[in-house]
Write a protein that binds this ligand. Structure first.
Ligand code: UT7
Length: 320
């Protein structure tokens, strides 16, 4: 397991064309642009078309990431899709993505850790690469949360959006790439953020339910704790990290974590205002935004973090 590192060879994203503003929201539920901005930082979110599925979003992001990596579909030997909104109960969305990309070799499967899903998928692919079982892994976070929202519940429907982000991880010797990942979960909190339907319990898809203020209370401490633990394990002080790419749930959580770890807010990449909370897609969407605008450059140290339903949470440190 030594000597191989997963290099972030390419990154790509996709957002559905339809934009829904806070003003649009206030026509559906009793809310206001002021409330949503002040409590969350969100100004708008993207919503998938009725005939646009999670796999479609994932495929668009994947194509861009593969091209950015300078690879072809022949090179991809592992696809890991993080999603809590699969096209179907089964097969795995990853196999649908694999087929739509025209890939008929290697392996493809989903991981399900809700908003921490991208970190779980990244850690899984990284370990496959380090074990010598994959060479070029496509890691995708893709969600259509608009499909599981209760559009009469103002406490949740204003928060989420649809989108996808993908990274190509390629095996290479020591150097740039993923340095370390740190995953945590604790199922005692599963009632604070969940979907009230599923094939086994209700035979329905269900709607997202969240005790938002209680999730908020846990988020800052748990996220900051895992970031610090990861930095300690990697032997890299938080102050040496160039960029922080958090899961985009709420601007106040991003700033709370930054304050707790004395991170200057200018180092924190925030896209929550434009994308809302896109669950497993939010980290690659934010990462890519900062690559595109020139903030994250090759060689920079980047720390990603998330907390989501379960709870699941964690962090990942990479030299891009
Ligand atoms: O990605 C997975 C992890 N998820 C998160 O990390 C989300 C964490 N939670 C949050 O981001 C915040 O808790 C929320 C944004 C969900 C809510 O913010 P809050 O400051 O915790 O508000 P609250 O839930 O305590 O509600 C405050 C008030 C309530 O009214 P009363 O009871 O004080 O009269 C709500 O009914 O705000 C009301 N409210 C709204 N008002 C206008 C809740 N949602 C809305 C809304 N528009 N959309």
């Amino acid at each position: 397991m030594t000597g191989i590192r997963s290099h972030i060879a390419g990154i790509g994203t996709y957002l559905p064309a339809r934009v829904m503003t806070n003003a649009d929201m206030s026509e559906i539920v009793e809310t206001s642009d002021t409330w949503i901005r002040e409590r969350t930082g969100i100004a708008q979110r993207h919503i998938a078309a009725d005939d646009e599925y999670t796999s479609d979003l994932a495929v668009e992001a994947a194509r861009v990431a593969i091209a950015h990596a300078g690879k072809s579909i022949e090179d991809i030997d592992l696809i890991v899709v993080a999603t809590a909104t699969p096209d179907l109960t089964f097969p795995a969305t990853a196999t649908i993505v694999q087929n739509k990309l025209g890939i008929h070799h290697g392996a493809a499967f989903d991981v399900h850790a809700v908003c921490s899903g991208f970190l779980y998928a990244l850690a899984t692919a990284d370990n496959f690469i380090k074990a010598g079982q994959a060479t070029n892994a496509l890691v995708i976070g893709a969600e259509t949360f608009s499909r599981i929202l209760d559009w009469t519940d103002r406490t949740t429907c204003v928060l989420f959006g649809d989108g996808a982000g993908a990274m190509v991880l390629s095996a290479q010797g020591e150097g740039e790439g993923l340095i370390r990942t740190h995953l945590r979960s604790d199922g005692q909190f599963c009632d604070l953020l969940y979907v009230d339907g599923g094939p086994s319990r209700t035979k329905t898809v269900g709607h997202l339910r969240m005790q938002g203020n209680q999730v908020f209370r846990h988020a800052v401490g748990k996220i900051a704790g895992s970031m610090q633990e990861l930095a300690d394990m990697a032997g890299i002080p938080i102050s040496e990290i160039d960029w922080f790419v958090p899961h985009q749930a709420n601007q106040r959580i991003l700033e709370g974590v930054a304050k707790r770890l004395s991170i200057p807010v200018e180092k924190v990449i925030s896209t929550v205002g434009r994308h809302g909370n896109t669950s497993a897609a939010s980290i690659p969407l934010a990462f890519d935004a900062a690559v595109q605008d020139g903030r994250i450059k090759r060689g920079d140290l980047v720390l990603m973090e998330a907390l989501g339903g379960g709870f699941t949470w964690g962090a990942a440190l990479a030299r891009y």
